[in-house]
Each structure stands twice: as C-alpha cells, then as structure tokens.
Design a protein around this ligand. Structure first.
Ligand SMILES: NC(=O)c1ccc[n+]([C@@H]2O[C@H](COP(=O)([O-])OP(=O)(O)OC[C@H]3O[C@@H](n4cnc5c(N)ncnc54)[C@H](O)[C@@H]3O)[C@@H](O)[C@H]2O)c1
Ligand SMILES: O=C/C=C/C=C(\O)C(=O)O
Length: 494
C-alpha cells in the first residue's frame, strides 16, 4: 500500500512538466504488491506543479505542435511507438514491479498494446474523413458545408493501476493525434511506466509541454487539482464509478467535456449448445486474467442448466490449478492484488459471500508461500455458487479473481439475469447458435458484447459502457470525436 512519506529517498520518481523532470516537496512510498516492501518514493505534485503542467500544455499548443497537420502528428506518434518499442524491456520491468503481474502477460498484452495504441491512432487520424454536404439556398443556389477538426486544447488524463501503460496510452495517443496537449495523472499505485513514457516522449523529439505528467493521489492531491483546474478543457478518466461521480462534480464548474470508462459487474452467459471446452477456457481467462483486475472481467457467470454442473466443476478445477509463482517465472499466471488495502476489500467480499450463504467451490482465502510473498497482496482465485441475483456479491464490483456461477433455463431468463445490474460494460456469450449470437448483441445492456471470445480488441471499434459503466465511447473515430472540436464551415457558392 502506498502512503505519504515525510521525505523522499535519494531519487524519487519525478513529475514531467514542460519537458523537464521536476521533484516535489512531498513524496510518497510505493510498495511491492508481491512482497509488501517499499520499492521507491514518488514526488507528489502539489498545486503549483499542476498549475505549471497545465501552463506548459497551453504553451505547447501555441508552439510548433499547434501548427502541425494530421500527417505530421501521425509521424510523431509513429516515432513514439518506435521509441516505446526500443524501451520495451524497461517498460516490462517497470510494469511488473509496480503491479506484480506475470511477466508473460506484460510482454504479450500490456506493453505491446502501448505501442499499438500509438500506431493505431496515427493511422486513424490520417484516414478518417470529415463530413460534407451541399445545401440548397433560398435563392436557388447552393452552399457547401464541411467540417474541420480542431484540438479541444489541454486534456487531463486520469487512469487506474490495473493496466497502467495500456490504459494511459489508449487516451494519450488519440489526444495527441488530434493535436491536443495533455497532463496525465497515473494511479499512485503505478507511477513507473508513465514516468518511462515521459522519457520516451523526450527521446522521440516530441515538443516540450505536449506531454506532462503529475504524480499523486485523487482527493486533495494532483487528481483533484487537475480536474478542478480552470485551464483544463476536457477530462478523460478510467476508474471506479464513484470516482467518476466526484470528477463529474469537479468538471461541472468549467463545463468541461468528460469521457468516462468506469466499473463493471460483467456477465458471462454459457448456453448448453456452446463448445464447452472453449467456454471453460474462455471463462478462466475472463474471470482471472490480471488477478481479475480488469474492468472487463466476468464476475457473474450464468450457465444453462443441462451443462451447469459440468461447466462449474471444470471451471473450479481450472481456477484451483492456475499457477502461482514469482512474476518473473514464465509459467506464472496468478498475480497479487495491487495493494494490501485492495486485498482487504476483496477478502471482505469473500467473507460477505460466505455470510450471504454462498458455497465456495474453490479458493476463498489467501495462499501461503513460506517466503517473502507472504508479505504481498495475494488472494486465491475463487469460484462461488448458490446466491440469488439480489445478493450483494452479485451486484457489487469486487475487482479480484472471483466469479459467482448460477444456472438459467432459457434465453429470456439469461438476458434478464445479465441485464439485472447497475453496470453495463461488457458481456460474454458462449453459444454455437448463430441467431442467438446476434440476438445477444441486441438484447444485452452492455457497451461491448463478446461472442465465443473475450477481450479481443480492434482499436477502431467503439469501447465504453452503459449505465454506471461510463459516459461516451472511445476507439477509432469515436476517440477523434471526443478529442477534437468540429467546426462546420458553410460557404455559399453563388
Ligand atoms: N471501464 C474501463 O475501461 C475501466 C478500465 C480499467 C479500470 N476500470 C475501473 O477502475 C477501478 C479500479 O481502478 P482504481 O481503483 O485505480 O480506480 P480509482 O477510481 O480509485 O482511481 C483511478 C484514478 O483516479 C484518481 N482519483 C481518485 N479519486 C480522484 C478524484 N476525486 N479526483 C481526481 N482523480 C481521482 C486515482 O488517483 C487514480 O489515478 C475499477 O472500478 C475498474 O472497473 C474501468
Ligand atoms: O480494465 C479495463 C480494460 C480496459 C481496456 C481497454 O480500455 C482497451 O482495451 O482499450
């Protein structure tokens, strides 16, 4: 768990403002999720540092960056991707140290997606057309309407700790593609890859002030200073729904645009006609990837009654078998939770499930290693059953390696159960019936419906949630719409 410290170590991680690394009066400690030991100190940005970062971003918009066209910015993004790939191993080490995630995952998912985000938005911004209409005038002539994209201005980017580089670059890349300057605040739990990204920007020759980084917490710290800042034009945020509410309040004062990717309580539906091997393997991924700490993870699985018993037994057996190991071992699958505080929350949910009357099919506790990992934030992957849809276990986002499995009888009941949630981010459906596959897309109240797969991403597609899971969509041209202002130009031709 991190906490504020009176003074920093010799070299705390620093903020990045106007092309310079800058410290701060106060530092906080970052602890290893694997062992609990303090890894390093981080300089917390105070109000003056956040002011300087916003000013530097504004100044960058008035400089050479503000005069570049889309193709020139796309070229800059490709240079950033190249440099990021050159720093690949450093980024893997940083991400693994901060989160405790398995090195194989960091190498195949987190860091490659960092580079892919820059390459994708370099393409998207250079190839997305704008609208144009010809319009009849009262005098019998014609007018030509066309729209042009302009940057919004200074964009604040606030992201969580679960997929730090992936989620940060998913927003930085389109923001810069559209010509904005950014001030980013990574989670206090994962400051390292964002700091390396600042080095990447400097090495790629991105003009000073285009990318600024402030470290710190949310309330009464860098997060709140940034979201309340009058010099910020738009806020894009990924994190908890309750934090989204706080940020929306802060954004109301300046009528700042917001884009929110928030929490989930995602359902998986397994129909009796599904390829059961694929459904089991897919559900293991969808419930336990990244220690269940992905907003898209499945925490509620509904299984059609004829295959309920077989599916549930196989899922629980596979969950119990997921390899614990040091993050640096190639075979490791499980990872610790991000912090002791988050572990206490997840273990509280395990206790709550038991108190609500759940049957624990596997897990439900803490693994024992007999080494330094006993000081870390590990919990066992857990499969629960036996609770009604009304149980808190089935309603509240846990954000750990846990799912509850319950039976259903027919398709209507499956949709009703899946949709019975305050959240609506992602749903996953396992079926061989092609009609049902498409119906599910229409019937499920979720921003993303995966059929016979999970977390398969095409960066051109709309990504976001309904209900408490978010506001707006990012991805492809949807990102361009958030990160730019459209001006319609109307020219009377005769
Ligand atoms: N929908 C998505 O795409 C998506 C993706 C990843 C994570 N999430 C969600 O994120 C949550 C887990 O991440 P977390 O615990 O880091 O979330 P969080 O909301 O606690 O923190 C996210 C970020 O917001 C900052 N923050 C907190 N309070 C703030 C405030 N009042 N003002 C400004 N900034 C503030 C934090 O410092 C951090 O950088 C889960 O709910 C998960 O579902 C959603
Ligand atoms: O934890 C949430 C994961 C979000 C994933 C993305 O935003 C993405 O794949 O672009």
């Amino acid at each position: 768990m991190t906490g504020r410290a009176a003074s920093g170590g010799p070299q705390p991680l620093r903020n990045f403002v106007g092309g310079e690394f800058v410290g701060g009066k106060q530092t906080f400690a970052k602890a290893s999720p694997v062992t609990g030991e303090v890894l390093f100190e981080v300089a917390e940005a105070d109000g003056a540092t956040v002011d300087a970062a916003v000013d530097a971003a504004r100044a960058a918009l008035r400089g050479p960056w503000g005069r570049m066209d889309e193709r020139e910015r796309a070229a800059v993004l490709r240079r950033v991707a190249d440099e990021l790939e050159r720093r690949f191993d450093d980024l893997v080490v940083a991400e693994v140290a901060d989160t405790g995630k398995a090195i194989s995952q960091a190498r195949t998912l987190d860091i490659p997606r960092g580079a892919a985000n820059f390459r994708a938005f370099a393409e998207i911004v250079a190839s997305t057309p704008n609208e144009s209409f010809t319009t009849a005038t009262a005098g019998g002539g014609r007018a030509l309407n066309y729209s042009v994209r302009k940057p919004v201005g200074v964009v604040a980017i606030i992201v969580p700790w679960n997929l730090p580089l992936l989620l940060l670059t998913w927003k930085v890349a389109p923001a810069l593609a559209c010509g904005n300057a950014v001030v980013v605040k990574p989670s206090e739990e994962t400051p390292s890859s964002a700091t390396l990204l600042a080095e990447v920007f400097a090495a790629a020759g991105v003009p000073d002030g285009v990318f600024n980084l402030v470290h710190g917490f949310g309330p009464d710290s860098a997060g709140e200073f940034l979201t309340r800042h009058p010099g910020v034009d738009a806020i894009t945020f990924t994190g908890e729904s309750a934090t989204g509410t706080a940020i929306m309040r802060a954004a109301a004062d300046g009528v700042k645009a917001v884009s929110f990717e928030l929490g989930g309580k995602n359902a998986g539906l397994v129909f009796a006609d599904a390829d059961l091997d694929a459904a089991v393997a897919g559900s293991v991924r969808s419930s336990f990837t990244n220690g269940g700490q992905v907003c898209l993870c499945t925490e509620r699985i509904y299984v059609q009654r004829p295959v309920f018993e077989e599916f549930t037994e196989r899922l629980a057996a596979r969950a119990a078998d997921l390899a614990f190991g040091w993050p640096s071992d190639e075979a490791t699958v499980n990872m610790p939770l991000i912090s002791a505080a988050h572990r206490a929350k997840v273990l509280g949910h395990y206790d709550l499930a038991r108190a609500e009357g759940a049957t624990v099919l596997t897990g439900g506790g803490v693994p024992s290693f007999g080494d330094a990992r006993d000081g870390g934030a590990y919990v066992q992957p857990t499969v629960l059953t036996g609770l009604p849809a009304t149980a808190r276990t089935n309603r509240e986002e846990i954000f750990g390696p846990v799912c509850h499995v319950a039976p259903f009888d027919d398709e209507e009941e499956a949709y009703a159960l899946a949709n019975d949630s305050e959240y609506g981010l992602a749903a996953t459906v396992w079926t061989r019936d092609v009609g049902r596959a498409h119906r599910a897309g229409l019937r499920l109240d979720a921003g993303i419906v995966w059929v016979n797969t999970w977390f398969l991403r095409d960066l051109r597609t709309p990504f976001g949630g309904v209900k408490a899971s978010g506001i707006g969509r990012e991805g492809g041209r949807h990102s361009l719409d958030f990160y730019s202002e459209l001006t319609n130009v109307c020219v009377e031709l005769s």
